[in-house]
Design a protein around this ligand. Structure first.
Ligand code: TGC
Ligand code: FAD
Length: 441
């Protein structure tokens, strides 16, 4: 006999467990199998805890005073959305290595797709600091979710808007802004990661259309994307950008499995086997590596802000834990070694916030150089990764569990420090800028 009860109930050896998963109620009937019962009890407990996301922002230097009312409104509304829609589910999705597709509509609703694309094409018409703050708050939830938003905005909408024809803009941008269409960006190839100029993907003129051959690897959103912005060389050896649509014959997107990082983000390959590409799908307004690298400037800028979100989440959790966890008769936050970690974290976050804010001001004025963006991406991602590692230590053994977001952020940041240009590539970009000497080759 069953006993209906809010949460968990037991009667004559039969358990009724009720949980809510994205507003779909699921009922699990459990016979007295203790280990299964225990697993579900733990999940129930965890869901309840994760649902109460106690994150508070970090503003040690009154940086909010540098923001406009609109910036703060945008930041706070995305923060609330993340607390409501991302925090309660993200740990489970990361554990299962699955992207939570049901949040796509919510991401569109909060303006995360094309925040700075003009409103006439469905974008948010916002400035670059609002874009940065949106990326910060989303990555506070999870770097993989931020990846989906930055690919859609900076690597798909931005090139269509900047390099595309008016017909291409009208055809794709409104659907992308609403999340009705999802996109991905194919630059990296199996043998060409840091040096995309050597790419082998190519198009050949076949009269009424082009024929595309080649493959791309490590592509965020590929497994579910409706369209792909792809970079390939033409017969003259010039890199050209184009829109490839799911369903075109010869185009497949196998998923990449086995990642220990960015597990809540879907990654895959793009394979082109004699794909017929209509000529009107080629971007008319750009040729050469500066096309894809121009998109990367925008995405790297968003990452410089996003990494601050992940760092703030780790610091916030570590600070709270250090006040609550008692060892040797007092909170561990009372020991000098813990305070050193926390003090250095808040110092580094503050420096990163000021760097991102100043870069945003320059970007709003069209004065941010690619080299400044590289410095900010490199510094802020490295800062976040170091903070995640220190925060994990403060959480002791609990730091390796999914009860806290730390380990997930830490593993995610191992991808963030590699994609959009590795830590060392960005160092070489700064090195070349200050010396004038190319150390890449
Ligand atoms: P180089 O000879 O220096 O430059 C070739 C042309 O490009 C121009 N250029 C840029 N233009 C705009 N923005 C930039 N940041 C630019 N950097 C260079 C340059 O002026 C030149 O133009 P022109 O007119 O003279 O032809 O190129 P190189 O072959 O020596 O390579 C330079 C290098 C190594 C810095 C560059 O290739 C690089 O950045 N490599 C890293 C590759 C990378 O970042 N890949 C990212 C793939 S996408 C991704 O990771 C998405 S993850 C998304 C997510 O999930 O969030
Ligand atoms: P490599 O280029 O082989 O580098 C290996 C090591 O060698 C690095 O430490 C690098 O710094 C070092 N190195 C390389 N050249 C030099 C040099 N000249 N001097 C000194 N050191 C050097 N790409 C896309 O196009 N679209 C995407 O959506 C996308 N999403 C991604 C998602 C994830 C989860 C990951 C992990 C990657 C993604 N990437 C994507 C690919 C990413 O941009 C590449 O992984 C990155 O550019 C590095 O290329 P690589 O992995 O081939 O490493």
């Amino acid at each position: 006999m069953l006993l209906n009860y809010k949460g968990l109930a037991q009667k004559i050896g039969v358990f009724l467990y009720k949980t809510s998963n994205n507003s779909t109620e699921k009922i699990y009937l459990l016979y007295p199998n203790f280990s299964k019962y225990k697993t579900l009890l733990l999940r129930h407990k965890k869901n309840k805890e994760m649902a109460t996301d106690r994150f508070q922002g970090v503003d040690y230097f009154q940086i909010d005073e540098l923001l406009t009312e609109e910036h703060i409104l945008v930041r706070n509304s995305v923060r609330d959305w993340v607390k409501r829609e991302v925090s309660p589910i993200i740990e489970d999705y990361a554990q299962r290595a699955e992207f939570p597709k049901q949040i796509i509509k919510g991401l569109a609703d909060i303006g995360a797709f094309g925040p700075y694309i003009p409103a006439e094409y469905g974008g948010g018409g916002m400035d670059q600091i609002s874009y940065g703050l949106i990326m910060q708050e989303i990555e506070r939830g999870d770097s993989g979710v931020r990846s989906t938003a930055s690919v859609q905005s900076s690597l798909v909408m931005y090139p269509i808007y900047t390099y595309g024809s008016e017909e291409q803009r009208k055809k794709y941008l409104p659907g992308l802004a609403k999340g009705d269409l999802m996109g991905c960006f194919g630059l990296t190839e199996p043998d060409h990661g840091s040096n995309p100029s050597g790419m082998l993907s190519n198009i050949k003129d076949a009269g009424s259309h082009y024929i595309l051959n080649g493959s791309k690897m490590w592509i965020s959103n590929a497994p579910f994307a409706d369209i792909a912005v792809v970079w390939a060389k033409d017969e003259a050896g010039d890199i050209r950008g184009m829109v490839i649509e799911r369903g075109m014959e010869g185009f497949t997107t196998p998923e990449t499995h086995g990642k220990w990082s960015l597990r809540a983000s879907a990654t895959g390959e793009l394979v082109f086997d004699n794909v017929k590409v209509p000529k009107e799908n080629i971007f008319p307004n750009v040729k050469g590596l500066k096309g894809p690298l121009g998109c990367l400037n925008s995405a790297r800028y968003g990452i410089a802000w996003g990494a601050i979100g992940a760092a703030m989440d780790c610091y916030d959790s570590a600070l709270r834990y250090s006040k609550e966890r008692v060892q040797f008769g007092k909170p561990i936050g009372g020991f000098q070694l813990t305070q050193k970690k926390l003090a250095e974290m808040v110092t580094e976050i503050t420096k990163a916030q000021l760097l991102a804010w100043r870069l945003g001001v320059l970007k709003n004025e069209n004065r941010a150089s690619a080299q400044q963006i590289s410095m900010a991406k490199r510094n802020n991602v490295n800062m976040a990764l170091q903070i995640a590692r220190e925060a994990r230590q403060i959480h002791g053994g609990m730091g390796i569990t999914g009860e806290y977001p730390i380990m997930r952020h830490m593993m995610n940041l191992e991808s963030v420090i590699t994609y959009e240009g590795t830590h060392d590539i960005h160092l070489l970009i700064t090195g070349m800028d200050v010396t004038g000497i190319n150390a890449f080759n």
